[in-house]
Design a protein around this ligand. Structure first.
Ligand SMILES: C[S@@+](CC[C@H](N)C(=O)[O-])C[C@H]1O[C@@H](n2cnc3c(N)ncnc32)[C@H](O)[C@@H]1O
Length: 209
């Protein structure tokens, strides 16, 4: 088990009890995402954490496969889904790299608070593009730390050394937009609820039809 997986396993219980940092922004992101949903849609969420977003979206689509690298996160997510009798979400422990799904089989992919935690963001974005049907949608919400805290690259190795932080990559909003368009996506919607710490960039990117 690598250091990031250990970090997320250790964090899972606390993460599940933590209130959403900005409830108004979270609700807006749910609402905007739902404007793209249809009842017959197949959805993937990677880095689903303790499952709150997948469970909230479940009534609006046919099925959601929700994966996370942390088995503790998945256990908590499954418990929450069982308690609410949610039957159309499959929670599975898997990294996005390990996951195998057919090309052009998904309508929507959600990657929320995850792209900055990946070693290989470009490869993952390319994989998402491949998995989506023509006209499919990739919804991301990403901390673009390069626009927020220029000094982060200095504190990151220290936090990692003491096991206090997961892997975190520093890039700007412009670099994220470029990664998406370079992979063949068009940006259909973009919003940031203000600048600064915790203000993730929300993007809905579309694969050409
Ligand atoms: C900041 S949390 C976000 C959770 C959830 N998406 C949310 O918005 O609350 C990041 C999640 O991504 C998971 N994760 C990290 N790297 C991953 C990977 N390579 N594949 C799948 N999940 C990963 C972590 O275990 C953690 O649950």
């Amino acid at each position: 088990m690598d250091q990031s997986t250990r970090f997320w396993d250790r964090t899972a219980e606390r993460y599940s009890k933590r209130p959403v940092a900005d409830e108004t922004a979270y609700q807006k992101k749910l609402q905007v995402t739902r404007e793209y949903f249809q009842p017959d849609m197949e959805v993937l969420e990677f880095g689903c954490g303790t499952g709150s977003t997948a469970i909230a979206h479940a009534p609006y689509v046919k099925h959601i496969l929700a994966i996370d690298i942390s088995s503790r996160m998945i256990e908590i997510a499954q418990r929450k889904a069982d308690a609410k009798n949610v039957e159309n979400v499959t929670f599975k422990r898997s990294t996005i790299d390990e996951l195998s799904v057919s090309d052009q089989s998904l309508d929507v992919v959600l990657g929320l608070s995850i792209l900055h935690l990946l070693e290989n963001k470009e490869e993952v974005i390319a994989k998402v593009h491949k998995m989506l049907k023509p006209g499919g949608i990739f919804v991301t919400s990403t901390a673009c730390i390069g626009d927020m805290m220029k000094f982060f690259n200095v504190i990151l190795p220290i936090g990692r050394f003491f096991g206090l932080m997961p892997l975190v990559k520093v890039f700007t909003r412009k670099e994220l937009e470029d990664s998406l368009t370079d992979a063949g996506f068009e940006i259909d919607y973009q919003w940031q609820p203000g600048k600064g710490k915790g203000k993730a960039v929300f993007i809905v990117a579309k694969k050409a039809a």
